[in-house]
Write a protein that binds this ligand. Structure first.
Ligand code: NAG
Ligand code: NAG
Ligand code: NAG
Ligand code: NAG
Ligand code: NAG
Length: 307
């Protein structure tokens, strides 16, 4: 009942917002006029892996970022990835578990995202969350999206699953006030009651393998699911390099980040994957230490804005 009410409030807000924004259609989308007319499915976005796992303490082993999500967004990150865990009955973002690294509640995280979106009205953002404990989408996730206000900005596809070529342009997403696209790796296939804006990731996005210790980033289609062909999916490359430390524990390597996040390394990885995507560049490039290196330059090249 509470969920139904929450969703209908969200729909009403979405309509109101669409009405307001439609009167001043965006002429710059995600910082570029050219992107307004380009399909969401045909753009390369930079993503922050474990976006909440931020610490300047070099001894915090489970950290993957050294700037907070607001700084990541200000710098140009347009996909935020995060791993959830229940902690004393409340949904948190934690890395591996909440003792190792507790990034706070999902609700607080989403409120921070909402504030940033409010301050940046011509930006389209993707959220990619993982749900390793199979926490209820309608019971726990949806209320956090509703309470934070992010649900009212979330895109609901007209049909499912959406092919890569089906996605609206950034201008259309902005014009409709539906400029947040939300994917979940598990539990969003409708099995436990569907929430229409929380989309099943692997039906529409495939991923390369993760947990690499090989600096050449050989490409393969690792996680995906039907019914669409692989080439009809968008795709994400996990471009982060782990190092083996003692007891075969692998951790993200901050020292190598300037090499890993260089234009050369990112482009080599991207071009190694185009064979699986009818020659298309990756839609999402997921990075650790996203403030280090030349990620945005690499994305500009893949988007055709510089050579
Ligand atoms: C937008 O794209 C369509 C088809 O790709 C094209 O026909 C149209 O001229 C473009 N509009 C602008 C304003 O660039
Ligand atoms: C977008 O389309 C162009 C032209 O087909 C292609 O070169 C580019 O790789 C595509 N990018 C993505 C992310 O699909
Ligand atoms: C925008 O909203 C209108 C009215 O609800 C709808 O018909 C249209 O399909 C929406 N466009 C996109 C790209 O979501
Ligand atoms: C790769 O991305 C997936 C999905 O978001 C995530 O679960 C995984 O931890 C990532 N791994 C690395 C090393 O980037
Ligand atoms: C995906 O990658 C993991 C290692 O990261 C590997 O164990 C697994 O077999 C791969 N699965 C597929 C379908 O390639």
């Amino acid at each position: 009942m509470r969920v139904l009410l929450g969703l209908s409030v969200a729909s009403a807000l979405r309509l109101a917002l669409a009405f307001v924004i439609d009167t001043k259609r965006a002429t710059v989308c995600n910082g570029r006029a050219e992107l307004c007319n380009r399909s969401y499915g045909n753009i390369t976005f930079i993503g922050a892996h474990d976006s909440f796992a931020e610490s300047e303490d070099p001894f915090a082993l489970a950290r993957d970022q050294d700037v907070d999500i607001t700084t990541q967004l200000n710098d140009g990150v347009r996909l935020l990835q995060a791993q959830s865990h229940m902690n004393n009955g409340v949904l948190h973002f934690c890395h591996t578990n909440c003792i190792l690294f507790d990034g706070g509640t999902v609700l607080d995280y989403l409120k921070t995202v909402k504030s940033w979106l409010d301050a940046h009205p011509t930006e389209v953002l993707t959220l990619l969350f993982t749900n390793p404990e199979g926490v209820s989408i309608p019971g726990v996730w949806a209320p956090a999206f509703d309470l934070s206000g992010v649900a009212a900005m979330a895109y609901i596809p007209p049909n499912m699953p959406m092919k890569q070529s089906d996605w609206p342009t950034l201008g259309e997403l902005l014009g409709n006030g539906t400029r947040v696209v939300v994917f979940m790796d598990a539990g969003a296939d409708g099995a436990d009651g569907s929430v229409p804006f929380i989309l099943p990731e692997f039906q529409m996005i495939w991923e390369t393998p993760y947990g690499f210790t090989d600096a050449t980033f050989p490409c393969s289609v690792n996680r995906t699911s039907g019914p669409l062909d692989t080439t009809d999916h968008m795709y994400m490359i996990n471009h982060s390099l782990n190092v083996d430390i003692i007891f075969s524990l692998t951790v993200s390597d901050p020292i190598e980040a300037s090499v890993t996040n260089s234009v050369d390394s990112i482009l080599a990885n991207a071009y190694g994957c185009t064979q699986f995507a009818n020659g298309r560049a990756p839609n999402f490039i997921l990075l650790d230490w996203v403030d280090v290196g030349q990620a945005y330059q690499a994305a500009d090249i893949l988007n055709g804005f510089r050579t």
